[in-house]
Write a protein that binds this ligand. Structure first.
Ligand code: G6P
Length: 370
């Protein structure tokens, strides 16, 4: 096992550090910047069906569901197809409105999750075209879906999903850009700009690992005894906040909640005092000014702010208690980069608490029963 961990203390840490490579592997052979194309057989072969969809419903559980929420933002922004995101467990029991005009995208790392599998069966019975995004090759879900794309993140052993999540975001970015390019909603110029940028993401993830590893480790020491955490983000980074909170919950057993930053005033603000740590994702591109005022509201109530901001940020950084910097990119790709220090922060808090990071209590890597 020590050899499999490749010198890392846990699989989770190894997998966090594998992300530049896993994202690169997910892009490899698909993102051809020089030719100006995205090559994805599953999308290309079904292009007409996909682009004529009345709506797309994304179904998933856990971390994959969070990736689905970002997928909704991506597909609606670039392909202008209406998207709904559902927990597979809810979808399967609520007689959803799904017909042969619909597309269902099922996202699953393991490809074995029972609820997702049951939801796919139901969608297929109603005539929907089901597209799978799985990590495990030849898994049950990858076999029952009509078409799909693998994430190519490689085996993920740590129960808390890390590299599979960022690979899911990468595939969803590719799908959204490809659909948008072919249905005419995305201009060629904008498509080129975005794919050129997507191509730099593995490098930026490498950079964020190098520049935030020590800082997150240091920051984590201050929160070993925290009872609660709040994670806030807006736009594309709202689901990133949900995922950051889930990571902390899963492995450290600290209660954590993710919220859209603007919703803070409708509830969570009541919880803020000097004992409440708040992780706030505030990239320059993406409602920055609004987040600045959220940070001020938190500081006025003495909350402890851990700000996840772009390199060189001064405004949020000057009022925050702790600052984690990440390289700038388009808002749509920022969750891929911003999620990495959140994974590291959760990891180190859990390690300092002596928790079993790779196999947290009560959790399973793949939930094959209901
Ligand atoms: C379990 C795992 C999570 C995962 C979820 C969905 O709860 O612990 O990490 O996100 O299942 O799994 P899937 O394999 O369908 O993505």
């Amino acid at each position: 096992e020590q050899i499999e961990k490749g010198g890392y203390e846990h699989f989770m840490l190894k997998e966090i550090f594998e992300q530049p490579k896993s994202i690169h592997d997910t892009l490899r052979g698909r993102l051809l910047v020089e030719e100006g194309i995205i090559k994805m057989a599953g999308i290309w072969d079904n292009l007409e069906r996909l682009n004529q969809a009345q709506k797309i419903t994304i179904i998933a559980c856990g971390t994959s569901w969070h990736a689905g929420l970002i997928g909704e933002y991506l597909i609606e922004e670039f392909a202008r197809i209406p998207v709904e995101v559902e927990y597979a467990s809810e979808f399967r029991y609520r007689n959803p409105i799904i017909s042969e005009k619909d597309i269902v995208i099922a996202i699953s790392q393991s490809g074995e999750t029972a609820d997702t599998m049951a939801a796919i069966k139901m969608a297929k019975e109603r005539g929907a075209f089901v597209y799978g995004i799985c990590n495990v090759v030849d898994s049950s879900i990858s076999r029952v879906t009509d078409a799909g794309s693998y994430t190519h993140a490689g085996p993920e052993i740590g129960v808390a999903s890390t590299k599979a999540f960022t690979a899911q975001l990468t595939v969803l970015s590719l799908i959204a850009l490809k659909l948008g390019k072919h249905n005419g909603h995305l201009s060629n110029q904008e498509f080129m700009r975005l794919i050129t940028e997507l191509d730099t993401i593995p490098q930026k993830v490498q950079e964020v690992l190098e520049t935030t590893h020590e800082i997150t480790k240091e920051i984590a020491k201050n929160f070993v005894d925290a009872q609660n955490f709040l994670y806030l983000g807006r736009g594309y980074n709202f689901p990133a906040a949900l995922e950051g909170a889930l990571k902390l919950k899963e492995i450290s057993y600290i209660h954590a909640e993710g919220y859209p930053a603007a919703e803070m005033k409708h509830g969570p603000i009541a919880l803020i005092d000097e004992n409440m740590p708040i992780v706030i994702i505030a990239p320059k591109k993406g409602h920055y000014d609004k987040i600045v005022s959220n940070v001020q509201e938190i500081k006025a109530r003495k909350g402890k702010v851990i700000a996840v901001v772009n390199k060189g940020d001064t405004q949020v950084a000057s009022v925050a208690d702790y600052v984690i910097e990440f390289p700038e990119t388009s808002e749509c790709f920022s969750p891929i980069i911003a999620s990495v220090p959140l994974q590291l922060l959760a990891y180190y808090i859990a390690v300092y608490r002596g928790a079993n990071v790779d196999q947290p209590r009560n959790l399973a890597k793949s939930v094959t029963v209901e």
